[in-house]
Design a protein around this ligand. Structure first.
Ligand code: NI
Ligand code: NI
Length: 138
C-alpha cells in the first residue's frame, strides 16, 4: 500500500447517518476503511470491463419445470465450455434450482455468455460477479 493521505468529505447529515449504519452493519472499523473499499469496488468493476482476460461468477435461479429451461441452460454452457471452469447446481426447494457458474476468459465472450443465460425464459434471477486481482488499482 502507498502513502496514506487524508482528505475531507462533506455530505448531508441524513446520508452520513445512513452511511454510518451501513458501516456498522458491514463491520467496518471506521469510515476510511469503508470509503476505501467502496472506491476500490468501483475501480475493480472498471478494470473488469476494460480487461482482456477476466474471471467471474454467474448465479442463476430458475424453476426447473418451466419448459426447456434446463436444456437451454445446458446448451448454452456447452457452447461456451472453454470459458466455464466449473458449474455447481443447488436444488433450492421443490421447484427452484440455483446454478453457480465460474467463468474465465475474454470479457466479450463472458458477457455474451451471461446475457444469453439471463435472457432465457424461466430464469428468475441472474447476477454476475466481476472479479479482478485489483493489481492495477493498489
Ligand atoms: Ni454438459
Ligand atoms: Ni435442481
Amino acid at each position: 500500500m502507498g502513502k496514506l493521505k487524508r482528505f475531507g468529505v462533506s455530505m448531508e447529515e441524513s446520508l452520513l447517518k445512513k452511511f454510518d449504519d451501513f458501516i456498522k452493519n458491514q463491520k467496518y472499523k471506521n469510515r476510511s476503511e469503508a470509503i476505501r473499499d467502496l472506491i476500490r469496488e468501483k475501480f475493480v468493476e472498471q478494470e473488469w470491463e476494460k480487461g482482456e482476460n477476466v474471471s467471474g461468477c454467474i448465479v442463476l435461479v430458475y424453476e426447473h419445470d418451466v419448459r426447456e429451461v434446463v436444456n437451454k441452460i445446458i446448451d448454452i454452457q456447452h457452447k461456451f465450455s472453454s470459458h466455464i471452469i466449473s458449474t455447481q447446481h443447488i436444488h433450492m426447494d421443490e421447484e427452484n434450482c440455483m446454478e453457480i457458474i465460474a467463468v474465465k476468459g475474454k470479457v466479450d465472450r463472458i458477457k455474451k455468455l451471461y446475457f444469453s443465460l439471463k435472457s432465457i425464459k424461466g430464469v428468475k434471477y441472474s447476477k454476475i460477479t466481476k472479479a479482478t486481482t485489483g493489481k492495477k488499482i493498489e
